[in-house]
Design a binder for this molecule. Structure first.
Ligand code: SF4
Ligand code: SF4
Length: 426
């Protein structure tokens, strides 16, 4: 029930039960308004099903459960309420495979856009999809509705098909490839989420070049992270070499003014052209090394929220699906029906920096926010204790960020022409 419905119940009935419900909601609202950031980013987990069966997927127990219209509509209303006076709000369609629920996506967008003007909101939308269901008609609809999408592609067919298989165990690259022409036509900035597996990490640079030539121009690259995916020393060394080459390629593409974005660099602390011209390399490197000074954790449960098919609230979809986390209720932050559980939310985001015992002695602590809480939980059983493997990846990313920074600063100093503005990927 909403606060308004409780108030109505109290005025009409005036009984003790409705009075208590109202008092509880008001107390909860006062705490929420004072103690927590507004929620402006909502992931809607539309379905727990998928037409693929990728070996490393963190949604382990696929099933036909899907979100009802009632839950979806309530979630939109919840986002409107919980974003307070913030005008710009975002909905990310997620799954399973969200395009299995295209009709629901359309209904959500129609409803949210209809509510937007009189609730003083501006909605934007995005989606993470496996790309196999992106028909021409769907791509046109997504373009017309301003839904930006990121397609999961793990390299060329040879590497992609090792782990991204259909329900029947067959390859899936060709199912995306056949859609590529209209994907590119309707969304020229074509982004991919590229998951690297240790068994094919040596092909990373080659695959990025091939995909770039095909028209993919935004890359969010990250390793397959699960306790059952070992990253031996040799694979880590190969990954480091590949990333080193990737930075050179990135800088070259910037020089040639070709469209090529790399999330692990651009979401870091790359300098603007003005900064590159006016600040010393040392000062900019220092900024990179202190980019998260005093920060702890991520957006999950702060400005970000995920809603599952049953209308339960989680910090993000990964927290929702991390093995055991949802089952134990650890990352559950309440429900659409009952609102936020303030204690659970405080527990997720309220840790102080001093609680980062593993991080206290780490030289990277001012450049790192303590690891993804969901990954931490999967590896160490504790959302606040990072896994050493994840720390190794963090160290690598910071090294490539610093290298890119050095190269770009020198490039800006040598050339008077402006470098193209760096934008966040989809
Ligand atoms: S690299 Fe690991 S130990 Fe160091 S600050 Fe980050 S999470 Fe903590
Ligand atoms: S860092 Fe991890 S827990 Fe935080 S939003 Fe990202 S996936 Fe979720």
């Amino acid at each position: 029930m909403t606060l308004l419905e409780d108030l109505r119940g109290f005025v009409v009935d005036g009984n003790e039960e409705s009075r208590n419900a109202l008092a509880g909601k008001i107390a909860n609202r006062l705490v929420l308004d004072k103690a927590f950031p507004k929620t402006t980013f909502m992931e809607l987990v539309l379905t727990e099903d998928c037409n693929l069966r990728c070996s490393y997927c963190f949604v382990k127990d696929k099933n036909p459960r899907r979100m009802s219209w009632n839950v979806a509509k309530t979630a939109v209303d919840f986002l409107i309420t919980e974003s307070g006076r913030t005008e710009n709000v975002h909905i990310l369609f997620f799954g399973g495979e969200p395009l299995l629920e295209l009709d629901l996506i359309k209904r959500v967008i129609e409803y949210a856009n209809g509510e937007a003007p009189h609730r003083e909101k501006k909605f934007s939308y995005s989606m993470t999809t496996n790309g196999t269901l992106l028909t021409e008609e769907t791509c046109r609809y997504l373009r017309d509705s301003s839904v930006k999408y990121l397609v999961s592609v793990d390299g060329t067919a040879e590497t992609h098909d090792r782990h991204r298989k259909t329900r029947g165990g067959g390859p899936s690259f060709h199912l995306i490839e056949k859609n590529f022409r209209h994907m590119k036509r309707f969304q020229p900035w074509q982004g991919t989420r590229y998951t690297i597996h240790p068994d094919s990490v040596g092909a990373l640079m080659t695959n990025v070049r091939v995909l770039h030539d095909m028209g993919v121009n935004q890359f969010i690259i990250g390793p397959a992270m699960a306790p059952d995916v070992p990253w031996p020393k040799e694979a880590m060394e190969t990954f480091a070499e590949q990333l080193d080459n990737l930075v050179d390629y990135y800088v070259k593409m910037q020089q040639e003014k070709r469209h090529f974005r790399l999330g692990m660099l651009e979401l870091g602390s790359l300098p603007s052209l003005e900064e590159a011209r006016t600040q010393s390399e040392d000062a900019l490197l220092q900024r990179c090394r202190t980019q998260h000074e005093g920060e702890w954790g991520c957006g999950a449960g702060r400005g970000r929220l995920a809603v599952n098919t049953r209308g339960e609230l989680y910090g993000c979809s990964r927290l929702l699906t991390a093995n055991g986390l949802a089952r134990d209720g650890l990352g559950r932050l309440g429900s659409l029906q009952d609102g936020f559980d303030v204690h659970a939310r405080a527990k997720l985001i309220g840790k102080r920096e001093s609680a980062r015992t593993t991080c206290l002695a780490c030289s990277l602590r001012d450049a790192c926010t303590g690891g993804c809480p969901a990954v931490n939980f999967q590896f160490t059983g504790d959302m606040y204790r990072p896994s050493l493997l994840d720390c190794e990846f963090t160290r690598l990313y910071l090294e490539v960020q610093e290298k890119a920074q050095r190269l770009l600063v020198r490039q800006a100093a040598e050339k008077e022409e402006p470098r193209e503005k760096v934008c966040s990927p989809v």
